[in-house]
Design a protein around this ligand. Structure first.
Ligand SMILES: *Cc1c(COP(=O)(O)O)cnc(C)c1O
Length: 412
């Protein structure tokens, strides 16, 4: 049996424990939702205050150049690139994930004009499905094959009709991770392109987009990356595709010469053509504050701690006599998991609500999935022990019999 003291000892031996002091964490809260909205880096306060008080209030419009606002999407993209294995000039921080999926999807479809199939997954995060519906409607004759519906094996779905494969490398519900290198190669062997949705891995799982010859990738910066609520997303386009890629949202920021105010659109060379229009500078500064933090972080070490945390959490749940009715939905093998662990319980929603009331913040996803994310930058092993005790207390109290926990919040 693992004890609380064992967990305290793991924290004592943890190389990354000092990183916790770089985040604002409210007293009395155990935050297991950094996979949905990362905690705030302390540096964000100063960075955003300076942007507001100096650059905006005093610099006014001059700040577009004096404070280098205009070049932020590309500069931040290059810095974020280090975390996803992307060399410079291939990543932008801009727009939202859904919008970037649309841009990447339409661009990829246009690079394979003689092919008519999109491969995606039935249980993907819904926006990926909705956006691919929208992208298909923009070009006649497209069809979609879904993993988990049309077949359980990607091999069966990918053939010479497939233009593009759109997949998440970690499933937002189960936490299951797929082998990006293997899938990318499988798609390329069939002549298809791949778009990776990295929302659940950016900043937490090391990866090498250039080395695996990825085509396109997108992801958000407000989850593990801690860029702030609704912070701008990122998009990666491999250099070899950039000058052939046609971006459907042909706005003026993607123009070769925006300040020429030409009547006709002419795309910028390189990754710049994937910009659309004016970007929210405050949001970008939040991402910059997060990258200031991530610049000092060794992702390989983060991954080790993240796997250890998932393993520990599973062990603590399974050794607890009051938690026997919970079912592990995530892979038991750490190598096959992202950084969250999901447990199925029919009345999972009221249990998550009751845990939040006791200061342990996780989240809930239909159907019956209690999801607990581990952001190793600011989470301690002992927090996992304490969370499991709170969960056990909620189960013992049968909180689902109390109607106050049943009321659904607008955001779960
Ligand atoms: C969180 C998430 C998104 C979010 O998209 P937004 O446009 O930022 O709302 C998209 N895809 C996946 C897989 C996600 O987990």
């Amino acid at each position: 049996m693992l004890t609380r003291e064992d967990c305290v000892e793991l924290d004592r031996q943890d190389d990354l424990s000092a990183l916790r002091s770089e985040f604002h964490l409210p007293e009395g809260i155990i935050y297991l939702d950094g996979n949905s909205l990362g905690a705030m880096p302390k540096g964000a306060v100063q960075k955003l205050s300076r942007t507001i008080e100096e650059e905006w209030a005093k610099g006014l419009i001059k700040s577009w150049t004096d404070a280098d606002w205009f070049t932020l999407p590309g500069r931040l993209g290059d810095r974020l690139g280090r975390l996803i294995g992307a060399g410079p000039g291939q990543t932008l921080v801009c727009d939202g994930t859904s919008i970037n999926i649309y841009k990447a999807l339409r661009a990829a479809m246009a690079l394979r004009p003689d092919r008519s199939v999109i491969v995606s997954e039935k249980d993907s995060f819904p926006t990926d499905l909705y956006i691919s519906e929208g992208a298909m409607s923009a070009r006649g004759g497209m069809t979609r094959r879904l993993l988990g519906q049309d077949s359980d094996a990607l091999e069966d779905l990918i053939d010479d009709q497939v233009a593009v494969v759109l997949l998440s490398n970690v499933d937002y519900r189960t936490g299951r991770m797929v082998d990006m290198a293997k899938v990318t190669k499988m798609a390329h062997d069939a002549g298809a392109l791949v778009i990776w949705d990295l929302c659940h891995t950016a900043g937490i799982v090391p990866m090498e987009l250039d080395a695996i010859e990825a085509d396109f990738a997108v992801g958000c910066t407000y989850k593990y990356l801690s860029g702030g609520p609704g912070a701008p997303a990122f998009i990666y386009v491999a250099t070899r595709h950039q000058d052939k890629a046609v971006q459907p949202l042909s706005g003026w920021w993607g123009h070769a010469n925006p300040f020429a105010f030409d009547h006709k659109y002419s795309p910028a060379s390189g990754i710049g053509r994937f910009l659309v229009g004016t970007q929210g500078i405050l949001g970008l500064r939040g991402v910059e504050a997060a990258l200031d933090f991530f610049d000092q972080v060794d992702l390989a070490k983060v991954r080790e701690k993240s796997k250890a945390m998932g393993d520990l959490f599973i062990k603590l749940v399974e050794q607890h006599p009051d938690l026997a009715s919970l079912e592990l939905v995530s892979p038991r093998e750490a190598e096959q998991r992202g950084s969250h662990v999901s447990l199925y319980f029919e009345d999972g929603y009221p249990v998550v609500r009751a845990m939040i009331e006791q200061g342990v913040i996780g989240d809930f996803r239909e159907p019956g999935i209690m999801r607990f994310g581990f952001a190793p930058f600011y989470l301690r092993f002992v927090d996992l022990f304490d969370s499991v005790e709170v969960m056990a207390d909620c189960m013992r109290r049968k909180v689902w019999t109390n109607s106050k926990y049943l009321v659904r919040e607008a955001v779960t």
